[in-house]
Design a protein. Structure first.
Length: 418
């Protein structure tokens, strides 16, 4: 008998180990296979089927009485037609039927056509009319063929594999390799799906635990109400901050315009200023700084301002307690040069006092800003010392001083200091 692969339909040659399969090996194969599942629903009873028929109750009663009077023998379907067990048995001890000796002895044996043909041939070939004895084959029931037994065992095994799995057997080695590859891929995908379900289950459990440990509905509503109130207050504060930012931006823009105007005016001035006018300007500047400090009730460290018009001075209150005149002269003799050196010290002391007051104002109002930083004798990038400096750099430093005083005066008069 020739076997064919159930996938590629190519002829097969079975392995030699399947020719003589022992019952123990057969049982081992049966135990390793998955159990056969009956997925068909149980048949409905006669009463249930009759109840589903749309007919009057009198007709149903007449049918019941007729059925009980003439019972009909149900037809017997084969196992494969009913979708249950296969036609062949699945156990070795169910592969044959034991017949009694009386049945075997009384059953007439009919000669096969092939044996009759051989008997006739022997009769024709016998010389001098004697029939040569014909050796008839013995009965198959007495000496079963080993090939037939192995064939039945192999078919029984293949039917068992087909009934217990979703794949028809036998299969060739190539189709088996492809099948194993597909099953391996399905196994990996199933494992990934399983891991996904496990992770999802863990997340659901954690979510349930968080819900158990979380706040109640009333607490959640109260917290939501509080958060909404906080949001409203934050929005109002943000609006106020934006308005203040816009106001400060406008002020800064105005100051920039004024600074630009001062720069243009400075560029237009090409004539030199008299020292009398410079000294008077320094006197007014010192008086302004002195007035702002008194307004803010601020006391300078190490210095005392003495505003006296064109002859103002700054006295040191610590160390050598020197007095620096805040006025100068354009004379070139030695005495005037020394006096102008003291004039530089006075301007540096004035810049130190201005730095003390601006730092204190910024500590009172963090939003207050000055465009130029004061470091020792420099404001911005220009020095207030007159000696060994160009007039343009000195003039730029004095302009920065006036701008800082203007911002400080505006902050003081607007009451921003509280």
């Amino acid at each position: 008998m020739t076997f064919v692969c159930q996938q590629c339909k190519q002829p097969l040659q079975l392995d030699a180990s399947l020719e003589d399969l022992a019952p123990s090996a057969y049982d081992m194969i049966v135990g390793s296979l998955p159990p056969q599942l009956n997925t068909r629903p149980p048949p409905a009873s006669e009463a249930e089927q009759l109840g589903q028929v749309p007919a009057p109750s009198s007709a149903k009663a007449a049918w019941r009485s007729s059925a009980h009077a003439n019972p009909v023998r149900p037809s017997v379907l084969s196992a494969r037609a009913q979708g249950k067990q296969p036609m062949r048995s699945t156990l070795p001890n169910e592969s044959f039927v034991l017949l009694q000796d009386s049945v075997i002895n009384h059953s007439p044996s009919q000669p096969s056509p092939s044996s009759s043909a051989r008997r006739a041939a022997n009769t024709r070939s016998a010389p001098n009319g004697h029939q040569s004895p014909v050796h008839e084959p013995q009965d198959d029931h007495q000496n079963p063929s080993p090939l037939s037994h192995h064939l039945r065992s192999t078919l029984r095994l293949l039917n068992l594999l087909t009934s217990r799995t979703d794949i028809d057997h036998p299969l060739c080695s190539e189709c088996t390799h492809v099948l194993l590859s597909n099953l391996t891929r399905q196994l990996e995908e199933t494992k990934k799906e399983r891991d996904g379900y496990i992770a999802f289950e863990k997340e659901v459990r954690r979510e349930k635990e968080r819900e158990k440990d979380g706040m109640s509905k009333q607490e959640a509503e109260s917290k939501i109400t509080q958060l909404k109130e906080d949001e409203r207050l934050a929005i109002e504060q943000l609006k106020e901050t934006e308005q203040e930012h816009e106001q400060l931006t406008e002020e800064l823009r105005a100051l920039e315009l004024e600074e630009k105007a001062l720069e243009e005016e400075e560029d237009e001035l090409s004539y030199s200023v008299e020292w009398a006018e410079i000294n008077a300007a320094w006197g007014q500047t010192l008086l302004l700084l002195y007035t702002i400090a008194r307004k803010l009730d601020f006391t300078f460290e190490n210095y005392r301002l003495v505003p006296m018009g064109s002859f103002s001075r700054i006295d040191r209150t610590a160390g050598d307690k020197a007095s620096y005149e805040l006025y100068g002269s354009g004379d070139l003799h030695l005495g005037r040069l020394l006096h102008n050196r003291r004039f530089d010290f006075a301007m540096v002391a004035f810049l130190d006092c201005l730095k003390q007051l601006t730092d204190w104002a910024k500590s009172q109002d963090p939003t207050l800003e000055f465009p130029h930083q004061i470091v020792k004798d420099k404001i911005g990038e220009s020095s207030v010392k007159l000696q060994f400096s160009q007039e343009e750099a000195w003039t730029r430093a004095l302009r920065h001083v006036l701008l800082a005083l203007k911002i400080l005066l505006k902050w003081t008069t607007n009451g921003s200091n509280g």
